[in-house]
Design a binder for this molecule. Structure first.
Ligand SMILES: CCCCCCCCCCC/C=C/C(=O)SCCNC(=O)CCNC(=O)[C@H](O)C(C)(C)COP(=O)(O)OP(=O)(O)OC[C@H]1O[C@@H](n2cnc3c(N)ncnc32)[C@H](O)[C@@H]1OP(=O)(O)O
Length: 364
């Protein structure tokens, strides 16, 4: 059929709305805004909402998206909505970028893929369209997956990312969902969440290995100091831009990074936001070994499968002997870092940095 001659009926429009509700994967904020704008244009015509204030981030983004459609006719908006919904159902519901071998796949995770086979539980951060940014749901799911892995019959646990990034760190839209108690309440709850999240890594009882498949930012870098081995592709970079974001170190990095690389190098990373290549991170002791990206998966999995055949109790006990005397200290450091951050999140420096990112003025 000639596409220009096509006109979506009201029934097609309603079906498309249902298709969108049933999507299994989050299509991302940009697409959701497009859908919102087309829906409003199709049902109400050109934008008729007063322009929200600059700090009302969500409504401002919605207003911008709708207003951009100008005087697009309602019928065209309806057709565009139907086309977009149909392209989403075919693209988002199909492909998976992870390797095969998803024996005993755990369901019930929205932001992760969790599999267990050959004595290895693999937790894959799975928001590739958002560079595996960690939203509140992902913080909770990682904790749930770690608690399950600590009790399952696997010997080792691996954390990695799906797509081109390992993780871009904290999802900066976590700052936009402000509860009725205001930003202070949000900061307080976030500090509690962060403390519990980092605590799960401090207490994890089995060998915990990071497979850093691409760039890593923020909290995805700092917690590496709590892993037992870190294998990186030569595409990976390590970046903790806390000062740029008006924030301060977390993940126990104010303690572990100093021990790992010494105060001078730790300061370059944690205070001045120096980005390290995989080779530099390895030379500083943050990374165990670097592999060419072309052979990264094959070489690391061969090694991990061999580790997983070692006697699990011996590995667990050796980890205890190595790590336990530091645990109390690490929990104290974690508590202090979270309490400092709780204040930082309320600062103008932090708010401005987040607003700049969300309004696309700056990229790190
Ligand atoms: C009031 C208190 C609330 C506090 C709540 C906090 C809870 C715990 C906090 C724990 C402390 C953690 C600290 C950190 O992790 S600091 C580091 C934070 N991360 C960043 O600052 C990275 C920001 N991202 C970027 O600079 C770039 O996106 C990046 C360089 C990573 C990639 O650039 P590129 O050009 O290649 O790709 P895009 O920018 O187009 O990204 C593709 C889409 O992904 C979205 N994205 C990427 N990273 C993030 C992120 N960290 N948060 C939110 N969204 C992210 C990006 O917006 C694109 O989305 P769209 O396609 O929809 O535009």
């Amino acid at each position: 059929m000639n596409r220009t001659a096509m006109r979506a009926s009201q029934k097609d429009f309603e079906n498309a709305m249902n298709q969108v509700k049933l999507l299994k994967k989050d299509p991302g904020n940009e697409v959701k805004l497009k859908l919102y704008a087309l829906y409003k244009q199709a049902t109400e015509g050109p934008c008729n909402m007063p322009k929200p204030g600059v700090f009302d981030l969500i409504n401002k983004a919605k207003w911008d998206a709708w207003n951009t459609l100008g005087s697009l006719p309602k019928e065209t908006a309806r057709q565009n909505y139907v086309d977009l919904a149909s392209s989403l159902s075919s693209s988002l519901e199909s492909s998976s970028q992870v390797e095969p071998g998803t024996d005993r796949k755990s369901t019930g995770y929205e932001t992760l893929m969790v599999t267990s086979e050959d004595g290895i539980t693999k937790i894959t951060l799975n928001r590739p369209a958002k560079k595996n940014a960690i939203n509140v749901e992902m913080y909770h799911e990682i904790m749930r997956a770690l608690k399950a892995a600590s009790k399952d019959d696997s010997s080792i646990t691996v954390l990695t990312g799906n797509g081109d990034y390992y993780s871009s760190g904290n999802d900066l839209t976590n700052f936009t969902d402000i509860p009725p108690g205001g930003v202070e309440e949000k900061a307080k709850n976030s500090a509690i969440l962060l403390r519990e999240f980092v605590g799960c890594f401090i207490d994890f009882p089995k060998p915990l290995i990071a497979m850093v498949n691409g760039p890593a930012v923020g909290i995805s870098v700092t917690i590496l100091g709590l892993f037992d081995a870190v294998y990186a592709s030569d595409r990976a970079t390590f970046h903790t831009p806390f000062s740029h974001l008006g924030q301060s170190p977390e993940g126990c990095s104010s303690y572990t990074f100093l021990k790992i690389m010494g105060p001078a190098k730790a300061t370059e990373m944690l205070v001045f936001g120096k980005k390290l290549t995989a080779g530099e991170a390895c030379a500083q002791g943050l990374v165990t070994e670097v592999f060419p990206d072309s052979t990264f998966q094959k070489e690391v999995w061969t090694r991990l499968k061999a580790f997983a055949k070692l006697p699990p109790n011996a590995m667990r006990i050796s980890k205890e002997v190595i790590r336990n005397r530091e645990k109390e200290k690490l929990h104290a450091v974690n508590a202090e870092e979270c309490s400092v951050l709780q204040e930082r999140w309320l600062s103008d420096e932090c708010m401005n940095a987040v607003v700049n990112f969300l309004s696309r003025k700056s990229k790190l």
